[in-house]
Design a protein around this ligand. Structure first.
Ligand SMILES: Cc1cc2nc3c(=O)[nH]c(=O)nc-3n(C[C@H](O)[C@H](O)[C@H](O)COP(=O)(O)OP(=O)(O)OC[C@H]3O[C@@H](n4cnc5c(N)ncnc54)[C@H](O)[C@@H]3O)c2cc1C
Length: 346
């Protein structure tokens, strides 16, 4: 029997970040990840943004999430000896004078203004982007290259003999004083299965409200802008004049297939923003593990105190995962109270 403090099921951003917090805290962990099952993190645009939506609203817990996230990903980059964390402004061209007034009015509030660049450099964008009224740049924003992070982390834990590639078999889990799974003994198991959690027999009534999303990659010859641009969609600079246009929201059908409809929608929204012609060079589709209340699902099972869940990261996995993984760890190990806004398994 091989002994671990924790088993973590799933190696999307939730399982990756939670297991890294365990390693940072000198716990032993076996991450069980599937190659067969779908991974939302491999489809995501990877954007983190403290001010979101048409109304430019400060995102839930921004003041806690964003400072913690930066240190967390930068440490992880050092351990993995690779770079995937791209902090950069998100440029938001104004759609109308009204919007300009509303947003500038909001930035007068220091609570909000700390997330906005005081001097927006509109000229950086003028050759590529329609921005007749100018625009606003957010701070502490950017994107994480999730496929690169996930792949580097898998290699990192494989070297530590902390990774097992297989579909977790629920029927092979024995719950006694400890947990037994195919020759492994562990004190705790944390499920981080993304949308696959709807098949988990231990958590049957989770309030998921899954949302499909698609992105396209475009080649914009001669484009020079190096920051994310957002207005209706986000256009993310991936390098070599390739940009990702993200993303759509749809509910029917809820599958992982690319559609012409989404491609056309993204092309049209990109055309409304871009002065230059472009060519579509890629497309991806996936499902976000969103919840009805738009809050993550974090907690231990009410009947089985060794079994927990870390899920429901919705459309904000990149910014939510680090702070919440640490918060959950402190709850499990030191009995810290969980944030009352989180959805706890019933
Ligand atoms: C189009 C699109 C755009 C998005 N854009 C952004 C964005 O810009 N910024 C952002 O923060 N978020 C974005 N998201 C949301 C983001 O993808 C999710 O918040 C995040 O990926 C959820 O991570 P997760 O680890 O919970 O789930 P996943 O990434 O789905 O990972 C779950 C993992 O568990 C594994 N698994 C499941 N069951 C088992 C089992 N039985 N045995 C073994 N392994 C198992 C799966 O194989 C998978 O690898 C986007 C999503 C989509 C679809």
């Amino acid at each position: 029997m091989k002994n671990y403090d924790y088993i973590v099921v799933g190696q999307g951003i939730a399982g990756t970040v939670f297991s890294y917090i365990l390693l940072q805290n000198h716990k032993t962990v076996l991450v069980i990840g599937s190659k067969q099952k779908k991974t939302s993190s491999l489809v995501a645009g990877g954007i983190f943004n403290p001010l979101t939506g048409k109304g430019l609203v400060k995102t839930w817990k921004a003041d806690e999430l964003f400072p913690f996230m930066k240190d967390f990903y930068e440490n992880l980059e050092k351990d993995l000896k690779t770079s995937f964390f791209h902090q950069m402004p998100i440029y938001r061209p104004y759609r109308s004078i009204q919007e300009q007034n509303d947003w500038l009015g909001k930035t007068a509030n220091p609570d909000f203004g700390i997330y906005v660049e005081s001097d927006t450099n509109d000229k950086h964008y003028t050759s590529d982007i329609y921005n007749d009224l100018g625009g606003l740049e957010t701070k502490y924003s950017g994107w994480v290259d999730l496929p690169k992070l996930l792949e580097a982390y898998r290699c990192f834990i494989q070297e530590k003999e902390s990774y097992l590639e297989e579909d977790f078999d629920y029927s092979a889990l024995e719950i006694k004083d400890k947990l037994y799974y195919k020759g492994v003994v562990a004190s705790k198991i944390i499920f981080c299965e993304g949308t696959e959690a709807i098949k988990n027999p231990y958590f049957t009534n989770l309030p998921f409200s899954l949302v499909k999303g698609e992105t396209i990659d475009i080649l914009i010859k001669d484009a020079t802008f190096q920051s994310i641009v957002n207005q209706g969609v986000s256009i993310i600079p991936l390098g070599n004049q390739v940009y990702r246009v993200a993303s759509t929201y749809s509910w029917n059908p809820l599958d992982w297939e690319n559609t012409e409809k989404a491609k056309e929608e993204l092309i049209e929204k990109a055309r409304n923003l871009l002065k230059r012609n472009f060519e579509v060079v890629g497309q991806k589709a996936g499902i976000r593990p969103a919840t009805k209340h738009r809050r993550p699902i974090v907690g231990m099972h009410p009947q089985y105190p060794h079994i927990g869940i870390f899920n429901g990261l919705g459309s904000k996995g990149v910014s939510l995962a680090p702070y919440l993984a640490k918060h959950f760890f402190e709850h499990i190990e030191y009995k810290a109270l969980l944030d009352k806004d989180l959805i706890q398994p019933q």
